[in-house]
Design a protein around this ligand. Sequence first.
Ligand SMILES: *[C@@H]1O[C@H](CO)[C@@H](O)[C@H](O)[C@H]1NC(C)=O
Ligand SMILES: *[C@@H]1O[C@H](CO)[C@@H](O)[C@H](O)[C@H]1NC(C)=O
Ligand SMILES: *[C@@H]1O[C@H](CO)[C@@H](O)[C@H](O)[C@H]1NC(C)=O
Ligand SMILES: *[C@@H]1O[C@H](CO)[C@@H](O)[C@H](O)[C@H]1NC(C)=O
Ligand SMILES: *[C@@H]1O[C@H](CO)[C@@H](O)[C@H](O)[C@H]1NC(C)=O
Length: 698
Amino acid sequence: MKFNIVLLGVVILFCISIVTSDTNYYAGVGIADITGPAAEVNMMGYANPAQTSHGIHLRQFSRAFIFSASATGERIVFISIDACWASGAVKREVVRLLGAKYGGVYTVRNLVVSGTHTHSGSGGFSQYLLYDITALGFNKQGFDALVAGIVQSVVMAHNSVQPANIYFNSGELLESNINRSPSAYLNNPKEERAEYNYDVDKLMTVLKIVDAQGKGMGMISWFAVHCTSMNNTNHMLSSDNKGYASMLFEAEMNNNAAPGQGPFVAAFAQSNEGDVSPNTKGPHCIDSGKPCDILTSTCHGKNELCIAAGPGKDMFESTQIIGTNQFKKAMDLYNSATVKASGPVDFRHSYIDMTKQNVTLPDGSVGYTCKTSMGYSFAAGTTDGPGAFDFKQGTNSSNPFWNLIRDLIKDPSEELVKCQSPKPILLATGEISVPYKWQPEIVDNQLLRIGDFLIVAVPGEFSTMSGRRMRSAVLAAAIQGGMPATTTAVIAGLANEYADYITTYEEYQIQRYEGASTIYGPHTLSAFIQSYSHLATALAKNVSVPVGPSPPDLSSKQISLLPGVIFDTAPLGKHFGSVVKDAHATYTPGSTVTVEFVSANPRNDLMTNRTFLTVEKKSSEGVWSVEFTDSYWETRYQWIDESIILGESNARISWDIGNNQAEGTYRIRHFGTSKSVLGKYTKFTGATREFEVKTSTH
Ligand SMILES: *[C@@H]1O[C@H](CO)[C@@H](O)[C@H](O)[C@H]1NC(C)=O
Ligand SMILES: *[C@@H]1O[C@H](CO)[C@@H](O)[C@H](O)[C@H]1NC(C)=O
Ligand SMILES: *[C@@H]1O[C@H](CO)[C@@H](O)[C@H](O)[C@H]1NC(C)=O
Ligand SMILES: *[C@@H]1O[C@H](CO)[C@@H](O)[C@H](O)[C@H]1NC(C)=O
Ligand SMILES: *[C@@H]1O[C@H](CO)[C@@H](O)[C@H](O)[C@H]1NC(C)=O
């Protein structure tokens, strides 16, 4: 008996060793909903105060990936979120909550949060003032949803950690990105430009994760392109081109499971997209249709007339095309990935005060970084979304947050002007600290390592050439420090904190939007490269790096001027969920159903991991099954405030019936929560009539 148990033990150990002997790593993946308030909150990205959320096109998700070289070894976590970027305040809270659950396994040093840069997510999740102005300050509801979703995705990844193998691949993806500041790019040295075929990076890099049986668990791709296919007239929350690519990949790997319901997780992460637009038709004057003035991106002196679009007929089709292009390329690279990773899983992280760095310049002199500032071109915006942010001192705006702080703005000091030269300073953000800091000074500098693969997590938007210089410098330092010559590196952009743009010194001289938004002055890039080179050397030689100064915790100082939901009412004779505009009796595939319900403010309940709508199909037994929810491409949920004073609102729901949709009986339902005058929350639902989908109407 005893002998048998021992034998059984030996057999089990033997089996485990068979399973693990041909896997190099342990990995786990997870996904969770992070969608913010679908009403009245400014959408982060275009800084257009008029662009507030009014519904949902695609839900936003957090996608988490955990890696370790052994079951008990140190872990690294890479998280890609369908958000404009990751803020330090969000990362701090995520790490705090994970610490309460798992002790010191996940820390600021081994965990990276990187944003996809969608410009259609709700804003107000930074602790620094400038980024929250259009959102009327800090938005706790959106912040909490973002943090909770990220934590949830890491918990899921933690629970799925198992023996795994990791493969890499890369290849060129064409016709999916263009440079939106080519005149700045052209100021880079001719010899340097001659090393590259394009003025944007066309390379997509893919990491493939499979379990011990070879079954796919997850995929991360990096490709540099702004998530600005949806333009600044869009009011529905959306994950834009990269989120759509993720949904396509996950649907294919998960047997068409509902969006965000795993188990396979596919992240389309952001890279050095600072000067890179998805609007491949390029900028044109919207009045004449002619190309804009190339140096200034204006039409007869007006920046708001110069707008880039394409490749589709409208922003939805453009999102679909750029998303599908990334999805198809990533799938090709995933299927043909054969380079198997081996070697240590490791990381290096330092907090750096970017306003206090010095760098030795090529001529031997010393260059200094500066206190933060924004240049004039920042207010003009970009051709992806011209400036709508009225930054002129002393003007009154309809934004109460702006009115509250505009008098605090002061002229830049002589020292700042000199340090930031040739930038004409619009906002001397580094010299104002009331009511609290406007932009970050201390930011995360971080590297993750999986074998010979390096993830260079940077706290901002690197321009194409900045990213190339950073990759080369990190690789050179890593290889010199002893890593193999075959080591590769990707830039993971918009990670951990947002320090705006990072252009090259030469691009900075041109002071287009990206240069105007390079906040630590002309030597910003050199200082970052210096710091990341130290991290790479330390990683290669396995020595420690300083922790650095801690960023401030400004959570207790946050101001928020967005009023809460006061109350909801249904018009006389109607109730919440009443159908205002019903479906027709029949539809053909390829047409669109549009219906409307009496509704309430979606801020009463974000419906996280649930839905504001369902499209349901009736079986022959009379049982309804859900075919689509609000996170599908095929559906749109628009929230329409009929009367703010009376608290009346409607939900307009549309469903684009696919050409291959099965014939049958369908209905659309709407779900919401209303708030009474006394503050009581009540759930409600409504349903349309039953309608038929038929290929022929007779
Ligand atoms: C979302 O809900 C589904 C059930 O509908 C559940 O299986 C899943 O675990 C939930 N996901 C999260 C992240 O809570
Ligand atoms: C946004 O895209 C829509 C088409 O979907 C177009 O009508 C509109 O002019 C665009 N606006 C801007 C500011 O790009
Ligand atoms: C550059 O910075 C280092 C430490 O960060 C400091 O020791 C050194 O004195 C500085 N050099 C100059 C020229 O300011
Ligand atoms: C802004 O509005 C206030 C109050 O309406 C008014 O007193 C002030 O003169 C206005 N300032 C400007 C620059 O228009
Ligand atoms: C780095 O050194 C530590 C001991 O100081 C050791 O535990 C660890 O395994 C080393 N890591 C690598 C990647 O060699």
